[in-house]
Design a binder for this molecule. Structure first.
Ligand SMILES: NC(=O)c1ccc[n+]([C@@H]2O[C@H](COP(=O)([O-])OP(=O)(O)OC[C@H]3O[C@@H](n4cnc5c(N)ncnc54)[C@H](O)[C@@H]3O)[C@@H](O)[C@H]2O)c1
Length: 363
């Protein structure tokens, strides 16, 4: 089992990565002296598959315990789901000394984090991510949010979990499509971390798809370690943390423009392709590197099911992105692997060109 500590105020927390470690959850809660009144909020699909394991792990729990099973998707990453969590907490008289455990992918993690941040001005929460995307990215760093209407993650808070327990066994039941979503975020880490990580990922992509335990653990560990360092340096995203948004300005716009028919991680791959073309278009990335990077992404393009995007609508959506400043769209772009440029403005025509080139690339 691997361990990473995230040093943030007011309290640092640990991340555990390993296989078969979910069964240790109550021991870890006890060790950390976390609150014993627990509400488990779990994705319905995950509950349907892992009900037996959940019952085994929590069956003899001696303190207050309720389970809330939520049906989720990007449209239900909303006040409707938050309402269900708050109602359950209030109906069952959960006080400030309560702990919510989120079991599921990034959607459950983000909603639960926001519910924990706001219920009684903040209660404890633990993340148990069950998708690759949530393991490598969303369960760590304390960004919590729900969508509002057409705008993604616009209502939220920075609020750190008290523990993150990553059990890679959950990945065995994940569909290839969902695996690809996690790989989308890993591609992001490959570009923003360094050459060593980029080359390791490039060499091991087939083993990653095959869920090779050694490769999967190393990749999750490296991604989370990198993210933890960035979060420690800039928890509230005023500077360096913006690099984690590489590809995401485009990605969030694709998700909304495609009416959420495209999954987040797939949109991230499409967004990274646009960001690469835009980096080259504005002259910060040379053509040789661009072609090398596109070759690296090429095997993943078949997973991007994007229907003829409306470029004007995409630009409108991007202009509402919360990372913008003074009414200008701000992009995170790339000079080369491990060399990221933040807060870059681009002409509308350049952005349109980048989107059109991406469309051709994935055809
Ligand atoms: N907070 C952050 O820093 C951050 C970072 C990246 C992404 N996100 C957010 O994460 C969300 C996407 O997360 P996601 O890709 O995990 O999607 P998700 O939560 O929708 O999960 C994807 C699908 O996989 C199913 N599933 C989950 N675990 C499973 C398992 N073990 N076996 C079988 N099926 C399983 C779910 O039911 C769902 O249908 C987006 O809303 C995005 O905005 C947040």
């Amino acid at each position: 089992m691997k361990k990473i500590k995230v040093n943030v105020e007011p309290e640092s927390y640990e991340i555990f990565i390993g296989n078969g470690i979910f069964k240790n959850i109550s021991i870890e809660i006890k060790k950390r002296k976390l609150f014993r009144s627990i509400l488990i909020v779990i994705d319905k699909n995950v509950y349907d598959i892992y009900k037996k394991e959940i019952v085994t792990v929590f069956g003899n729990y001696n303190y207050k315990l309720e389970i809330l099973v939520l049906e989720i998707d990007e449209k239900r990453k909303s006040f409707e789901s938050l309402d269900k969590i708050y109602s359950k907490l209030i109906e069952n008289k959960y006080g400030r000394d309560s702990l919510i455990i989120a079991i599921g992918g990034g959607i459950i993690g983000d909603i639960v984090g926001y519910a924990a941040a706001t219920y009684m001005r903040g209660i404890q929460y633990v993340q148990i991510p069950t998708t690759l995307l949530a393991m490598v990215d969303s369960s760590v760093g304390g960004k919590t949010a729900v969508n509002f209407g057409e705008t993604k993650n616009v209502i939220g808070a920075f609020y750190q979990p008290r523990l993150v327990l990553i059990d890679t066994d959950f990945l065995k039941t994940l569909s290839t499509d969902e695996l690809v979503c996690g790989i989308g975020e890993i591609v992001k880490y490959a570009f923003i971390t360094d050459e060593q990580y980029y080359n390791y990922f490039k060499r091991n992509i087939d083993r990653l798809f095959g869920l090779d335990e050694k490769v999967i653990t190393k990749i999750i560990y490296q991604s989370v370690l990198f993210k933890a360092g960035v979060v420690e340096a800039d928890e509230k995203e005023t500077g360096i943390r913006k690099i984690l948004n590489f590809g995401h300005t485009f990605a969030h716009a694709f998700e909304v423009e495609q009416n959420h028919r495209i999954k987040h991680g797939q949109a991230v791959i499409a967004g990274i392709i646009c960001a690469l073309y835009l980096s080259e278009g504005i002259g910060i990335l040379d053509n040789i590197k661009l072609n090398e990077y596109l070759k690296f992404i090429y095997p993943m393009k078949k997973y991007i099911n994007i229907e003829e995007p409306d470029t004007k609508k995409l630009l409108d959506i991007m202009s509402r992105d919360k990372k913008n400043k003074d009414g200008k769209i701000k992009f995170v772009l790339l000079n080369g692997v491990g060399n990221i440029a933040i807060d870059i403005e681009a002409e509308r025509i350049q952005v349109e060109k980048a989107i059109n080139k991406m469309k051709k690339f994935v055809e």
